[in-house]
Design a protein. Structure first.
Lengths: 117, 111
């Protein structure tokens, strides 16, 4: 149980275009999902907390107009990187927990490798 | 500022031995400490969670200790196997579900 599916697993886009990444909880409902970014040999950095039916909460330094998050249902959250630039190239990962508070561990998606050329 | 430190150098051990990974933190009071495994190009996989009032937690070949006085957690894999080779991440949760991750330690288990 507790499966999180992330799509696509990799994407290459041209500078200036937008890319949408989907995160789905397959066998549980997730009122809260989390979006992380990971650069090579670095730790996962929390970008934003996505709440179903309300606005996402962004971490300090993360541009909310650039990284648009939509959590329209209890099983789907999307991250759209708008006007992508090469410096946005990174590994993006979402996570969720089937239990409130995540005090039983989080389930992560398999990640999306974004390359902006 | 808050800091989580894990050994940046890879840990090389022989199959069958016990691997011990360290997670130290400063300026932090976590209510929960979690360990994850991450394989290259994949998302982390949850392994174990330990609460601030717990000293030790075990799951099969895995053991985690948590010393809030030393601000340290140790993660042990007994009878290690080549399949255990991966990067292991320590993550702290202050109690309101926002995780802060360390950079991870790469473990290499040779046959």
């Amino acid at each position: 149980g507790a499966v999180v599916s992330q799509h696509p697993s990799w994407v290459i886009c041209k500078s200036g275009t937008s890319v949408k990444i989907e995160c789905r909880s397959l066998d549980f409902q997730a009122t809260t999902m989390f979006w992380y970014r990971q650069f090579p040999k670095q730790s996962l950095m929390l970008m934003a907390t996505s709440n179903e039916g309300s606005k996402a909460t962004y971490e300090q330094g993360v541009e909310k107009d650039k990284f648009l998050i939509n959590h329209a249902s209890l099983t789907l959250s999307t991250l759209t990187v708008t006007s992508a630039h090469p410096e946005d190239s990174s590994f993006y990962i979402c996570s969720a927990s089937p239990r409130t508070g995540g005090h039983y561990g989080y389930t992560f998606g398999s990640g999306t490798r974004l390359t902006v050329v | 500022s808050q800091k989580i430190e894990q050994n940046s150098e890879a840990l090389n051990i022989q199959e069958g031995k016990t691997a011990t990974l360290t997670c130290n933190y400063t300026n932090y009071s976590p209510a929960y400490l979690q360990w994850y495994r991450q394989d290259p190009g994949r998302g982390p996989v949850f392994l174990l969670l330990i609460r601030e009032n717990e000293k030790e937690k075990r799951k099969e070949r895995l053991k985690v200790t948590f010393d809030t006085t030393l601000k340290q957690s140790l993660f042990h894999i007994t009878a290690s196997q080549p399949a255990d080779s991966a990067t292991y991440l320590c993550a702290l949760d202050p109690g309101y579900s926002t995780l802060t991750f360390g950079k991870g330690t790469m473990l290499l288990v040779s046959p």
